[in-house]
Design a protein around this ligand. Structure first.
Ligand SMILES: NC(=O)c1ccc[n+]([C@@H]2O[C@H](COP(=O)([O-])OP(=O)(O)OC[C@H]3O[C@@H](n4cnc5c(N)ncnc54)[C@H](O)[C@@H]3O)[C@@H](O)[C@H]2O)c1
Ligand SMILES: [Zn+2]
Ligand SMILES: [Zn+2]
Length: 372
């Protein structure tokens, strides 16, 4: 039996998102139906809208959802009806990456997250009896209800019972990526210098995580002065505007070079400039979505001679359940105050929320979809 829902349909960048009636398919054994309370808006939603990623249109996007479980399939153990849950990316559970708890690098990432259907090709959503592309990141949470999976659903721990779901919603993508890049992928060491390029959701999460890791100094670089101020509030010891010769200022501040640089801008020249700041054994982490045609150039002798690393990072090497629980624990203790990034919008203001993300006025817009 199908379940009626309302979902924001994306038909490309020439039309605004439109909230329309849809139906959700009956659940498979490993699936959960979640009544959505809130969903964050992320740049990846816009990248798909603009056809920079190979997700078929029209499509229901949204991949930072949180809500209450309504029904579960027979094989689901991660949550039960009535539980508060947050969702992240989906994975297959049985490939060489999933086998070593590295599901962000799942060999079957595309069919489980971006194909518009379940991995077996069956639709999860319909409109007027026709297939509607959905199952985006295994959720499609720009909707009143979503089908999620055992692999990408996390029960909010009792220790976070007092934190509203509308605040928790965005933790499963950009926040997880920035924090995980620092704590899990690069494993930033206490007392080591780090520079973070781009102070959006991902960069701000990296700044907060660098403070947790005890990095020093923590240097934020952006072109937006308001964001640089917020980065300082969240833990950056220094903040430089990229338009104001930030590279020279970093060299002056840390003449021996940086232990870590993290790029969240996806801009070729920014990554190459950041890489050149590394000390021996330094790591340059790359998370920003870039033009698919871009290539990077590094000096081979400097890379080999200094044992330097360039590291592509997806989802901050999160293993979903354990890492999101760890981040919520930091949040409860006041060490990961990501609420400072959030601006709330009603579900029917989804186009305004997207605009606020694109013009930089709100770091992390979150849609309020239903009352908790
Ligand atoms: N790898 C992953 O797993 C993953 C996960 C989530 C998001 N992303 C990608 O990461 C990127 C960052 O995401 P976000 O949500 O933080 O985006 P964002 O747009 O909020 O942040 C990017 C920041 O970079 C700044 N910037 C622009 N030009 C700059 C320059 N020349 N120097 C320094 N800063 C500059 C912008 O002002 C902005 O504050 C996006 O491309 C997003 O698609 C990747
Ligand atoms: Zn995202
Ligand atoms: Zn896998």
């Amino acid at each position: 039996m199908t379940t009626p829902a309302r979902a924001a349909i994306c038909r490309g960048n020439s039309q605004p998102f439109s909230i329309e009636d849809v139906e959700l398919d009956a659940l498979r054994p490993d699936e959960l139906r979640v009544r959505m309370v809130a969903c964050g808006v992320c740049h990846t939603d816009m990248a798909v809208r603009d056809e920079q990623l190979p997700v078929p249109h029209p499509v229901v996007l949204g991949h930072e959802g949180a809500g209450i479980v309504e029904e579960v399939g027979s094989a689901v153990t991660v949550a039960k009806p009535g539980d508060r849950v947050v969702m992240s990316f989906n994975s297959c559970g049985s490939c060489p990456s999933c086998d070593i708890d590295a599901p962000t690098y799942c060999y079957n990432f595309f069919p489980h997250n971006w194909s518009g259907t379940r991995a077996d090709g069956s639709p999860v959503m319909f409109q007027n009896g026709e297939t509607m592309n959905a199952n985006f990141f295994g959720q499609s949470s720009f909707a009143t209800h979503a089908i999620a999976h055992q692999a990408n659903t996390v029960k909010v721990p009792d220790s976070a019972a007092a934190i509203p779901l509308e605040r928790i919603a965005p933790i499963g993508c950009g926040l997880m990526t920035g924090a995980g890049a620092v704590l899990r992928s690069m494993k930033v060491r206490k007392g080591m210098p780090i520079a973070i390029f781009g102070a959006g959701t991902v960069g701000m999460a990296a700044v907060m995580a660098a403070k947790i890791a005890g990095a020093d100094p923590i240097i934020a670089v952006d072109v937006n002065d308001a964001r640089l101020e917020l980065a300082k509030e969240l833990g950056a010891t220094h903040a430089f505007n990229a338009k104001d010769d930030a590279i020279a200022k970093i060299k002056e501040l840390v003449p021996q070079g940086l232990g870590y640089v993290l790029d969240t801008t996806g801009i070729n020249s920014v990554i190459e400039g950041a890489w050149a700041l590394l000390a021996p054994k330094g790591i340059c982490g790359i998370v920003g979505a870039s033009d698919p045609a871009d290539n990077l150039t590094f000096n081979e002798a400097a890379m080999m001679g200094g044992g330097r690393t360039v590291m592509g990072i997806l989802g901050g090497d999160s293993d979903v359940g354990p890492f999101l629980t760890e981040l919520l624990d930091y949040h409860v203790k006041g060490q990961f105050p990501f609420e400072k990034l959030i601006g709330y919008f009603d579900f029917d203001q989804i186009n305004e929320a997207i605009h606020a993300s694109e013009d930089g006025s709100v770091v992390k817009p979150v849609l309020r979809i239903s009352a908790e």
